[in-house]
Design a protein around this ligand. Structure first.
Ligand code: ACO
Length: 359
């Protein structure tokens, strides 16, 4: 099979209809709209309704992304869900999505790197497409962290929100697509941001419940400092790997955890604030879902044009961090003719590969 690039051809997101404002939180914990706004930039977040789960939100986002890519569920080769709030320990949330959308041929698995999960899943999909192992992948970031929050802990419950974002990544002979990905981790700092309970170390028990081990715990200021340095470093590394400079980047889409972190990363990189996409004010920190949701909103706002170089950068529990550089292509709806020809050429290549005699 000829070398192909991995291109985002579809995208979609879903946010639960219930919106919780800072004023709603004032009634639950000892906090204020002023404190939350000044310290985080967050004004409101979406919270999953009873019955909504990570997989149901992921499936909704996936359907929109597939529709935009004009790809039938039956033609999906691989589904990767990046999440740290799966429906179950197993089966994987990706398997639940696979059956919900009817992707009958797809392989499915989850990736868990906390808020870096989407970038990690994108890196895997990119590698598998470029190697020729698969033709396409549905890459999803989805979270229901509201179910792991201690709603009496004002230090964490004001920060997070629920949602899902998905992209379709397809192989293409066009010279656009994902140009570089970098991933890093430091497990020695795992206890600065974690959910201890529910795994084999602390299975659910009366004791684990009494100790609140199933809640998300975070050392906010330690996380803050490391997030800024790590995201800036990863951004520079991904740019160098793509052979680009910051000036080449049309839009930076960082993980949306806190406006102060986003601004500090921009300052450290000396990157103009107007080229940084921010929507943390309306969603809070949706962990793995934050980058794909932001990507969808950036596109809808007309801030992603064909040929734009885009930099994605994430940081999360683990600690984990990473970045990706890509050239934006757009959807088949916009570039119908070329995409149809491209797809037909690839289908033909596949047929030739299959009938070519071995040896
Ligand atoms: N309302 C009012 N006061 C509060 C609240 C609140 N919601 N939360 C904390 N405070 C108080 C504290 O008790 C403290 O009071 P004290 O001085 O009397 O002790 C004071 O505010 C300052 O607390 P800090 O924790 O020092 O506040 P800080 O400025 O560091 O902001 C925050 C806290 C917003 C959590 C910040 O540290 C942060 O954003 N950290 C990074 C989070 C992050 O990026 N996570 C990313 C990964 S998430 C993932 O991977 C799942």
């Amino acid at each position: 099979m000829a070398r192909q690039n991995a291109v985002i051809t579809g995208w979609g997101f879903y946010a639960p209809s219930r919106v919780m404002t800072n004023f709603d939180l004032e009634k639950i914990v000892d906090t204020s709209d002023q404190w939350i706004t000044e310290r985080t930039g967050i004004k409101e977040r979406h919270i999953a309704a009873e019955g909504e789960t990570t997989s149901t939100m992921a499936a909704r986002a996936a359907r929109v992304a597939l529709e935009r890519a004009r790809l039938r569920p039956a033609d999906v080769d691989l589904i990767i869900v990046g999440t740290c709030s799966p429906d179950y320990l197993f089966p994987a949330t990706a398997c639940l999505v696979q059956t919900a959308i009817g992707a009958e041929r797809a392989g499915s698995f989850d990736v868990e790197a906390a808020c870096t999960s989407f970038v990690s899943a994108l890196a895997i999909a990119n590698g598998m497409i470029v190697s020729g192992a698969i033709r396409n992948a549905l890459v999803i970031g989805a979270e229901t962290l509201s179910r792991f929050l201690d709603w009496t802990d004002r230090g964490t419950c004001v920060l997070f929100g629920d949602g899902a974002g998905a992209v379709v990544v397809e192989g293409s002979s066009a010279s656009v697509g994902i140009e570089s990905t970098v991933l890093h981790s430091d497990g020695s700092k795992g206890d600065l941001l974690w959910v201890q309970g529910g795994g084999v170390k602390h299975p659910a028990s009366k004791d684990s419940l009494a100790k609140g081990l199933h809640f998300l715990k975070m050392d906010g200021s330690a996380t803050f400092k490391l997030a800024v340095k790590s995201m800036a470093d990863a951004a520079e590394e991904a740019l160098a790997a793509a052979g680009l400079k910051l000036d080449d980047i049309a839009l930076l889409i960082p993980h949306q955890a806190n406006i102060r972190i986003i601004e500090a990363v921009g300052k450290r990189l000396r990157f103009p604030a107007e080229k940084v996409f921010v929507n943390v004010q309306r969603y809070g920190n949706t962990s793995a879902a934050s980058i794909p949701i932001a990507l969808c909103e950036a596109e809808a706002a007309g801030r992603l044009r064909r040929g734009d170089k885009v930099l994605l950068v994430a940081f999360g529990g683990g600690f984990t961090w990473g970045a990706a550089v890509l050239e934006w292509w757009g959807s088949h709806l916009e570039h119908g003719q070329r995409s149809i020809l491209d797809r037909a050429a690839r289908a033909l290549e596949d047929v030739v590969d299959r009938v070519r005699p071995v040896g």
